[in-house]
Design a binder for this molecule. Sequence first.
Ligand code: XMP
Length: 340
Amino acid sequence: DWVMKDHIAEAVARIREQVGDEEVILGLSGGVDSSVAAALIHRAIGDQLTCVFVDHGLLRLNEGDMVMDMFVGQLQAKVIRVDASELFLGKLAGVSDPEAKRKIIGAEFVTVFKQEAAKLVGTGVNADGSGRAAKGAKWLAQGTIYPDVIESGGAKTKKAVTIKSHHNVGGLPEQLGLKLLEPLRDLFKDEVRELGVALGLPHEMVYRHPFPGPGLGVRILGEVKKEYADLLRRADAIFIEELRNWKDEATGKSWYDLTSQAFTVFLPVKSVGVMGDGRTYDYVVALRAVQTSDFMTADWAELPYGLLKKVSGRIINEVRGINRVTYDVSSKPPATIEWE
Ligand code: XMP
């Protein structure tokens, strides 16, 4: 609609005015906020934007390729994909404490991003010996949205008990010597989503459930191993596919849209099963689906039995290595949404 077109034109003009002919770097995570920020900035300044996509190897099935398809294939944006999965798995080896895993993933993420960004900033010396390379990036763009602004302001005064630490990239622009560009700073989540659709991002991507920064790292209980991540990715893709396909008769909506967050958790324990005339001794997964308005409290979703039956049948038949599927019927509180 034209109101949104007006908003885009205004935002584009503001970005062009701010940035001029300077170059911008943006950390693309595949999440909604950074994706919409990237699409908007790309609309404004095209090739003056370079996105850095750090793939920590803990993303969902085909997620990295989908990000590349969308931004490089369709929007023709410049994206540097850093495959850091081996690096992350190495750092996580032997670590099973949830907060320790979060800290490692968060810190490593910043390190890898900074290394890539530093190359683009061109801190080197010009041929004539003068300071910073002329063509280096001058801006760091972030997909900060209005609720993030309030949250980080409030956090200073509020003595909240930290139950789970989140990614914190504060201070990054200063460390890299870059100016901060935050074109979504005044927008609420719904507005960011509408903007994303108006910019041509797929509806399905823009209306996705939230996905934590540490990704599958906190959905594999205890130590993270590649084998576990690969099994989990396949099981989770089946769950999400069936949630999208299964329509509620009363509302016509899919169960994906009727839940606020849904995912699969990998439990590194083995249980006995039977397949054909053989015995199996394989891993267990838990399905988790919740309904919530603020993620502070949440109810487990009363998914239709038929849906659960289909999902468990498909996972056990299609994912060799998993022979048991359970459904998590715990609400928050006292349980949290994620298992770690
Ligand atoms: P919990 O598990 O605390 O989750 O009930 C509430 C919401 O926060 C998300 N979550 C995270 N997001 N980094 C993130 O970016 C994290 O470490 C993290 N831990 C939990 C969770 O997915 C849910 O939406």
